[in-house]
Ligand binder design. Sequence first.
Ligand code: FES
Length: 567
Amino acid sequence: MVAGKKRGFSSKLPSYGDAEFSKYLRTVFLKSMGYSDDSLNRPIVGIANTYSAYNSCHATVPTLIEAIKRGVMLAGGLPFEFPVISLHESFCAPTSMYLRNLMSMDTEEMIRAQPMDAVVLVGGCDKTVPALLMGAASAGAPAILEVTGPMLTGSYRGQRVGACTDCRSFWGRYRAGEITQEQLPEITDQLGPTPGTCMVMGTASTMALLSEALGVMLPGGATIPAVQSQRLRHAEQTGAQAVTLAKSGLTLDKIMSRQAVENAIRVLLAIGGSTNALIHLTAMAGRLGIGVSLDRVDELARETPVIVDLKPTGEHYMQELHEAGGFATILRILAPLLDLEQKTVTGKSLSEILKAVPEWPQNIVRPLDNPICAEGGLAILRGNLAPGGAVIKQSAASAELRNHTGRAIVFESVEDLARRIDDPDLDVTQDDILVMRNAGPVGAPGMPEAGYLPIPKKLAQAGVTDMVRISDARMSGTAYGSIVLHVTPEAAIGGPLSLIETGDRITLDIPNRRLEVDLSDRTISARTAANLKKPARQAPERGYARLFDQSILQADKGCDFDFLTGK
Ligand code: FES
C-alpha cells in the first residue's frame, strides 16, 4: 500500500469544509446502494466503461466488465464501473479524431474526481485506447488496459473477408463497376460478422499491440478474438491485477518510459502498423513529457523490417496472429531490437514475460532475415512541401510509385474532392498526383481519415488501382496505396500545401525520404503573399469547437491540445 496516501472511499472527498462529514455523507450514499461496511474497506478499482450502442466494436463490453469485476472481487477488491465517452469510427461526425482529446479529458477528470485506487480502462475501437491511456497517464493513476479484441472473419462466396481492408477493396471494385449494387448487402453481411474491432492491422489492432509493447496490458491481450472465452479469462485476470496495482500504486509513468515508447515505435514499424498510431503514440508519450521525434522514427524505420504478415501489408487476419502466439511471437523475433528490461503492469519485465511463454512453429510472423519488407512500415518524408514532416505507409504502397514525379491535381477540401473526383471531364491521368488540402487538424477540423483519396472513377474503370495521393489528412490503418499523409504544417495554417496549384510538378521519393514541389523561391513568395490577401478563416465562436480550434497541435505533436501535454 502506498504510505501516507488516502485510499479507497476515504480519498477524493467532496469539499464541505469538514472531511469527516464528507466521508460520513459518502457512506450514507454508498449504503443506499446496499454496500456493507466490510466491502467499503476494500481497495477500490474503477472500471472505465466505454459501452455505447453507437460503438459496435464495444458490443461485448458489458460481458467483459462482468469478468473484470469477478477478477477484482476474487482478488479482494471492490469494483466500481463508471461511464466515459465512447467513440466509434463510423458513428462520429466529422471524425472520431475530433473527439479523442475530449474523451481523454473525460477519462482524466473522472479518474481524478472519483475515489479509486486503480483503474481498468476498457477500450478497443481506434481512438478509445489512446484516449483512455492519455487520460489515465495525465491523472497519474495506477491503470491497466483491457481491449475488446478483434472480430472473427466472414466468408463471401468462398472468399475469406473482414473489416476493413476488404471493405475498401470491395468498394474499389464497386466503383470500377466489377460489383453491382445488388451484391452489396450480401457483402456487408460478411465483412463484420461478429462483435469486436477490425481484424486486420488497422489502428485498433496496432494500438492493442503497442499497448502490450508499452506494458500497459496483461500478456496476450492484444490478439484474443472478442468473442472467444479466452477474452473473458483475460479480463478476469486484468481485474485481479488491478487490485495488485491498487495496493502497489504502480502508475503509468513508471511503465510508459522513454525506452518503452521507443520499443512501441519499433513494434509499430515491425507490424506494418497504422499511420494513426504514430499520432496517438506521440500524444500518449507527450502526456508524460516524452517527445517522439519523427527523425528518430525514420532512423528506426530504416533498421526495423516489417515481419507481420497481416492485411493491409500482408495476407492474414488477427485471428491467425493470435494462433501464431500473438504479441509474444513478435516480441521474441524482435527481441534483438528491443529493450526487454522494461517493466510492465504485471510488475515483471518484458524478458521475464517472454521466458514464460511457449513457442511453436508458425508462419505469420517472419524471422528478421526473411521479412515482408526490409524496412519498417512507415517512412517519414520531408522537403519544401512538408517541412514539419509527412508520413507514408511504405509497406502498403506500390513499388513502381516509390519514386515518382507527376503533375498535381489539387482539391481544396474534402467537399471539393467529393464534388469533382468522379467528374468525367476532370483532366487527370494515372501518372498525376492527387493533392487534397484543408483536411488537417485545424482545417477539416479534426484531421479526418480522408487521405485515402479515391481513384477517379474513369481511371478505376480503366483498371488503375493506385496513384500517388497527398494530403494533410489521416488515413484508416486498414487502407492501402501510395498515400502521403499528415503533411505538416497543414494548409489551413498556411503550410506549403496551401500554395500548390494544379499543374505544379511534385516529386515523391520514398528511398530518399523527399516530398518536393518544383517551385522557385520567388513563386513561393508570390503565392504566399497572394494567400495572405484572401479572407481569413472563420474560427468557431463557441463550445468544444472553439477550444479545439484554439488548442489543437499539429500531427507531428500528436494532435493533442497544447494545454494537456506533460512537462
Ligand atoms: Fe472500430 Fe475498426 S471501426 S476498430
